[in-house]
Design a protein around this ligand. Structure first.
Ligand code: NAD
Ligand code: UFG
Length: 346
């Protein structure tokens, strides 16, 4: 069987870490990316870490005929679909961008995979791992969150993830040959322990961890803590921060399960541990040895008080569980941020 795995969006934050984990597990990942939200310097870093050249297909997942051609040439055993836009706030301002790139991108990829499977030009069974998000649970009625909880959306970004999950379910009902692993990520954070790869937000970070490390490195004056009156132990929002290295290992486990057992699944990828904003700030302070100024600000529109996973299904189905602590996550995020204050832009 082919060991090739196609990673759409493989040059991005989660894709690049998954690339290394796949290589370490004996797979041969190929990156398909248009660099809309990533930087080609990541390819050099991937080569430095893995000691081998990186296979890249530069282009747009929306180009169905080209994606089919990529599939015919590489004949991957499976595809991981990371490519898409992910900024919740931007999706509220520009919903069509999200429906076009996220839903349109998924339709394009699924059509290309169907074409090459049906015409026999890439004969592996269609096998897909999809990057979904805990955002599909909307505002959960309780925590920890089980996969069976009701699904909803609070932004066009979340809506796009939900539509894609539903499309994948319809496709599997119509064509049982499809093997699909839907991974609902909680809050990815941290960086590669080498300090060579990490999260590289193009603009002011929306997410907490890169914002806190940018304050720590002196690029921003203080952290705005969005709300201190939530019904949580210290009043600040609680999330399930998962080390990107654990997340990468989750993709390897998902692919191995799909390829060996052939059964589709939908699982949470989280730690099962809820951590508050103030606890994150204190953990980054421990990692960098500095005090991180913060001010309390009003709640951010659309935020929920608490969101953390029941992660037991992934353990049962995939034999996977998160291993890294919050302190390791912050130490790795700090190593990346302090060694690369401007990310991949030097
Ligand atoms: P990222 O932006 O770093 O990576 C996405 C990659 O996809 C980028 O390299 C970008 O250039 C590429 N891309 C975008 N549109 C493309 C297109 N049309 N054709 C080809 N390439 C394209 O994001 P990430 O944090 O690595 O997230 C990966 C996936 O995980 C996304 O689907 C995201 O929605 C999902 N996710 C992320 C988070 C998170 O907090 N990072 C949480 C839950 C889910
Ligand atoms: N926060 C701050 N200050 C900041 C940034 C964030 O206090 O500058 C707080 C938020 O209010 C929240 C927590 O830190 O309580 C985490 O916020 P993030 O923006 O890092 O993460 P979210 O949980 O809001 O969003 C993440 C992903 C989304 C996804 C969502 C639900 O970024 O893509 O989880 O799964 F939709």
């Amino acid at each position: 069987m082919s060991t090739t795995i196609l990673l759409t969006g493989g040059a991005g934050y989660i894709g690049s870490h998954t690339f290394i984990a796949l290589r370490e597990a004996g797979f041969e990942p190929v990156i398909l990316d248009n660099f809309a939200n990533s930087h080609p310097v990541v390819l050099e870093r991937l080569e430095r870490i893995s000691g081998r050249p990186v296979l890249l297909e530069r282009g747009d997942v929306l180009d169905t005929a080209w994606v089919a051609d990529v599939l015919r040439r590489h004949r991957p055993a499976g595809v991981v679909h990371f490519a898409g836009d992910k900024a919740v706030g931007e999706s509220v301002a520009k919903p069509l961008k999200y429906f076009h790139n996220n839903i349109g991108g998924a339709v394009s990829l699924l059509r290309a995979m169907t074409t090459v499977f049906e015409d026999g030009s890439a004969p592996a069974l269609p096998t897909l791992v999809f990057s979904s998000s805990a955002t599909v649970y909307g505002d959960p009625a309780s925590v920890p969150i089980l996969e069976s909880f009701p699904l909803s959306h609070t932004s066009p970004y979340g809506h796009s993830k939900l539509v894609i999950e539903e499309m994948l379910a319809s496709l599997r009902r119509a064509s049982p040959a499809w093997r699909v692993g839907v991974l609902r990520y909680f809050n990815p954070a941290g960086a590669h322990p080498s300090g060579l790869m990490g999260e590289d937000p193009a603009d002011i970070p929306n997410n907490l961890m890169p914002f806190v490390t940018q304050v720590a490195v002196g690029q921003r004056p203080h952290v705005n803590v969005f709300g201190n009156d939530y019904a949580t132990p210290d009043g600040t929002g609680v999330r399930d921060y998962i080390h990107v290295q654990d997340l990468a290992a989750g993709h390897v486990a998902a692919l191995q399960a799909l390829l060996s057992k052939g059964e589709s699944f939908t699982v949470n990828l989280g730690t099962g541990r809820g951590v508050s904003v103030l606890e994150v700030i204190r953990a980054v302070e421990r990692a960098c040895g500095k005090t991180i100024p913060h001010v309390f600000a009003p709640r951010r529109a659309g935020d929920v008080a608490q969101c953390y996973a029941d992660a037991s299904l992934a353990k049962r189905l995939l034999g996977w569980e998160a291993k890294c602590s919050l302190d390791e996550m912050c130490a790795d995020a700090w190593r990346w941020q302090s060694g690369n204050p401007n990310g991949y832009r030097g």
